[in-house]
Ligand binder design. Structure first.
Ligand code: PEP
Ligand code: MN
Length: 264
């Protein structure tokens, strides 16, 4: 079902008038984690003012260590839904377990599967019937074929609205947190009709690389970008402050991107 052979035309996912896929560029921006109602509301305001269409933010965080901040949980879903509604943004949030799919689907417009859960098949199966579009991140050691097979689990359950996301893979290089695999964008688009979104934040792990790799992703044909932005990145509650753009950088980046593709 994910293959172009099965479905030759590009899939276009229409969420409340925002079209994902085709010529339009979708921008998802916001913090790694929802921290408080004030934090997410202020970031939502800035994300909207810069012209992005979707607010990102994790209420449940898949942290490498069990003692790190794990996210504010269910309350974060409400905080984010309210901020999105107030500022006229769609919302995307990560869901980590099948048990939380329904509550996340109740509060968010798009559900995100993180890199660590790309092959959580119970989760993928549940997402097949969740009634919301899904952004499926590539596992950091997964091949294109494994990513497409993971998408297949969601599609097979009847959910046609799947986006593939390149978020960097693990290589021998340590300067960057991951290696953003730009080839994934044209390759996945040739193999599949599904929209391809790039994540230059996790793909590089370094704030100064987000702008060039965001532009490179669009040049390579990405249908959208998911970018971390924070009003106070140095004091953010996850380690991802180092890769989060300041609001002004996010704003400048979107002005440049709008010259490359329509953001509507
Ligand atoms: C995130 O989007 O904050 C995140 C945890 O992403 P990934 O699953 O790509 O590491
Ligand atoms: Mn993050």
């Amino acid at each position: 079902l994910a293959s172009r052979d099965f479905h030759p035309e590009d899939t276009i996912i229409d969420i409340k008038g925002v079209k994902i896929g085709g010529e339009n560029l979708v921008i998802m921006g916001g913090p790694c984690a929802v921290e408080s109602p004030e934090q997410i509301d202020e970031i939502a305001r800035l994300v909207k003012a810069s012209g992005a269409q979707v607010l990102r933010g994790g209420a449940f965080k898949p942290r490498t260590g069990p003692y790190s901040f794990q996210g504010v949980g269910v309350e974060g879903l409400t905080m984010m839904a309210e901020a999105g509604k107030r500022h006229g943004l769609l919302t995307i949030t990560e869901v980590m377990t099948p048990e939380y799919v329904d509550i996340c689907a109740e509060h968010a417009d798009i559900l995100q599967v993180g890199t660590r859960n790309m092959q959580n098949f119970d989760l993928l199966r549940k997402l097949g019937t969740c009634g919301r579009p899904v952004l499926l991140k590539r596992g950091f050691s997964a091949t294109y074929d494994e990513l497409l097979n993971a998408a297949e689990y969601i599609l097979a359950g009847g959910n046609k609205d799947v986006m593939l996301c390149e978020r960097g893979i693990r290589t021998f290089e340590t300067y960057t947190r991951n290696t953003l695999d730009l080839s994934a964008i044209p390759v996945l688009q040739s193999l599949s009709h599904l929209p391809v979104i790039s994540d230059p934040s996790h793909g590089t792990g370094r704030r100064e690389l987000v702008e060039p790799m965001a532009k490179a992703s669009v040049a390579a044909g990405a249908n959208g970008l998911i970018i971390e932005m924070h009003t106070d990145p140095d004091n953010s509650m996850t380690g991802d402050g180092v890769q989060s753009l300041f609001p002004e950088q996010f704003d400048n980046l979107l002005k440049d991107l709008a010259k490359l593709a329509p953001i509507v």
